[in-house]
Ligand binder design. Structure first.
Ligand SMILES: Nc1ncnc2c1ncn2[C@@H]1O[C@H](COP(=O)(O)OP(=O)(O)OP(=O)(O)O)[C@@H](O)[C@H]1O
Ligand SMILES: [Mg+2]
Length: 336
């Protein structure tokens, strides 16, 4: 149902290509370089997980892609965002809004504040069709019920007139997903879509997202700070630290052998079935203050491998088309 022939891209052509993106926030205390040269790409039918501790710039990058950055205080100071071949940063506001409405969709962490509390969910879902496709209210309501069925909300027909607060957290997140897929977008960005839910419901919602994505050629950017949810869902991972991407790799490669000490530290801090018997290690120290990011490698104050050379910008080591690591000691990390 979600497949459209024009979504199928020739091989090598990326759906979303973020290139060297820089975003700053001007605050009273100084300039926070929230995003500092981020590049990542997603192809049709692919899932990219963007991982990193709180404050690493995951959401700000997503907001820049969606065109919903808080401006001011935020400002894009460099880079390009290519979506289906056009640089979104060069589009006018009207063209941008059209892309955002129909081709790019976002799912937020907190469904309750993202949904309108005074409109029934059927009305909100239906508006996607009345506004964007000119359907009548009655037709739109029928489509709303279909969508609710599709995201497996029980008794959709009876519940289409209910309000957001009448649904559980997990069901509300399903409604958010239904809104996002309504117009069959080419790309969905899901920003910590399951963080507010309990573990069982988290797994169900992730499974639903993964399934919808598998059935279509939709691209998915999945933002999370939970490496545990990534394994079964994503194709590639981009690991962010202090506004930069420190490692990108195929999921299976990163689990096998991380090439950046920060990724390794993240992996060591989650329980894993394949590492039974080994204790968990929390990452020591705190992420840097965004107003005072250390020069060179920003992870250096917390890194067990750090040496003097780390005060200089680490080279981006490429060991394959999809594998990059920004570490002077990537080789030692891989071997360790
Ligand atoms: N409106 C704003 N004004 C000032 N600084 C901001 C604003 N929004 C974000 N920032 C700063 O940008 C940096 C990146 O924030 P971002 O929200 O992208 O982090 P994140 O990786 O999504 O973290 P989390 O996992 O907590 O959601 C942070 O240091 C944050 O303080
Ligand atoms: Mg965030």
């Amino acid at each position: 149902m979600l497949t459209r022939p024009d979504m199928i891209r020739p091989e090598g052509s990326r759906l979303l290509d973020v290139r060297d993106l820089h975003v700053e926030f001007r605050t009273r205390d100084g300039v926070a370089r929230a995003v500092n040269g981020v590049s990542y790409s997603v192809g049709a039918g692919e899932t990219l997980a963007v991982l990193g501790e709180s404050g690493s710039g995951k959401s700000v990058t997503a907001q820049a892609v969606m065109g919903i950055l808080d401006t001011p205080p935020g400002r894009i100071t460099g880079g390009e965002i290519h979506f289906r071949g056009q640089d979104l940063l060069r589009l006018g506001e009207d063209a941008r809004r059209r892309v955002r409405g129909a081709q790019l969709a976002m799912i937020f962490q907190d469904a309750l504040s993202a949904l309108n509390p005074v409109l029934s969910v059927g009305r909100q879902l239906g508006e996607m069709f009345t506004v964007h496709q000119g359907l009548t209210r009655r037709q739109a309501r029928a489509r709303a019920v279909e969508l609710m069925d599709r995201v497996r909300i029980p008794a959709a027909k009876q519940r289409v007139g209910d309000y957001p607060h009448q649904f559980s957290g997990g069901m509300r997140q399903r409604i958010m997903i239904a809104m996002a897929i309504a117009l069959e977008p080419a790309l969905i960005i899901a920003d910590e879509p399951t963080t507010a839910l309990d573990v069982t419901v988290q797994a169900q919602v992730m499974e639903l997202l993964a399934e919808l994505q598998r059935e279509s050629t939709m691209g998915l950017v999945l933002i999370t700070h939970d490496l545990g949810v990534v394994a079964g869902v994503a194709d590639h991972i981009a690991v962010m630290y202090a506004g930069r991407i420190v490692e990108t790799a195929a999921v299976h490669d990163i689990y096998k052998a991380p090439a950046h000490p920060y990724t390794k530290a993240l992996l060591d801090s989650i329980p894993r079935l394949d590492r039974k018997g080994r204790g968990l290690t929390a990452i020591r120290g705190l992420p840097p203050d965004p107003l005072r990011v250390p020069t060179g490698c920003a992870f250096r104050p917390r890194c067990p491998l750090a040496q003097d050379v780390c005060a200089t910008e680490p080279p981006l080591h490429e060991s394959g088309p999809a594998r990059r690591s920004a570490c002077h000691f990537w080789r030692e990390t891989l071997d360790g």
